[in-house]
Design a protein around this ligand. Structure first.
Ligand code: BTN
Length: 278
């Protein structure tokens, strides 16, 4: 049967993002590299990404964008660097909709890039963009989605997988092809022609509209360890920023997180400036 999507499966690779970055000049828009096992899977903030061999999906999608002076119909419409959060919008929404189609109705986006079901993380994403002047040239969207793994190391604070939630066992190759169907649909609805998906992103946000606790890390010195939050296991996480109560109201056009504080004012946070207390 002819493959619907250009998905290259590797038995083993250091990181699908690394491999995609190495090959990106030679590959078409929407090519996918997937690995049965990554020897050096990378997460946010310089963390490692853990995934047992063959159990989950670890893959990277290549997006190529035109530049205003050279619009190539094979590429997505030019994307100003200031709008790069639209890539996160697209890829996180696609994951929630994909999980919904697979019977997991309550997947939510934990800003900026994680997918949570209840208070547990089912997926993480590492987006790495290359710019040309003021525009995004290529984007490597790396996704790690927990599928069949049911036992996780203790040091992971709150993992969950599709199998834990539904009790089913999945064929990862079929799942990835199904995910790419959804991803392409969302691409056409938004990013491909310069549009965004902000409203849909906000409607899917974890803890939006519910007052909860956060840690303000915005004045935390940069020399302190990369992931300051995890000082406990399970949900017993302690934050070392200033803890405050607030309510997520949405995101700004550039993708900052908007939180209404107890005094009624709204503060905007960038990545690394805020942590959720879960
Ligand atoms: C995070 O939550 O910290 C982001 C995790 C991203 C992991 C994926 S797995 C596929 C791709 N290759 C990598 O090395 N990282 C991403």
């Amino acid at each position: 049967m002819e493959q619907k999507h250009d998905i290259r499966w590797y038995e083993e690779v250091d990181s699908t993002n690394n491999e995609m970055i190495r090959l990106s000049e030679r590959l078409d828009n929407l090519s996918v590299i997937a690995a049965v096992f990554q020897t050096g899977g990378r997460g946010q903030r310089g963390n490692k990404w853990h995934s047992c061999r063959g159990e989950n999906l670890t893959f990277s999608i290549l997006l190529r964008f035109g530049i205003p002076s050279d619009t190539d119909p094979r590429y997505c419409s030019p994307l100003p660097a200031a709008d790069q959060f639209k890539i996160s919008e697209l890829a996180t929404i696609a994951q929630c909709r994909f999980l919904e189609r697979n019977g997991i109705k309550d997947a939510r986006i934990k800003w900026p890039n994680d997918i949570y079901v209840s208070d547990r993380k089912i997926s993480g994403m590492l987006v790495e963009n290359s710019l040309s002047g003021k525009h995004v040239r290529t984007s490597v969207v790396g996704i790690g989605l927990n599928v069949n793994q049911t036992v996780f190391p203790d040091w992971l604070p709150n993992p969950v997988s599709m199998a834990i939630i539904t009790g089913m066992k999945y064929n990862t190759e079929e799942l990835l092809s199904g995910f790419m169907d959804v991803f392409r649909e969302k691409l056409t609805a938004g990013l491909a022609y310069g549009g965004g998906l902000k409203d849909e992103y906000e409607s899917l946000m974890y803890r939006r509209g519910t007052e909860s606790e956060f840690a303000d890390l915005s004045s935390r010195p940069a020399y302190l360890p990369a992931n300051p939050l995890v000082t406990g296991t399970g949900t017993g996480i302690k934050a070392d920023g200033t803890v405050f109560r607030g309510t997520i109201t949405g995101i700004t056009d550039s993708g900052l997180l908007s939180v209404r504080l107890e005094n009624g004012s709204v503060k905007h946070f960038g990545f690394k400036e805020i942590a959720y207390i879960i």
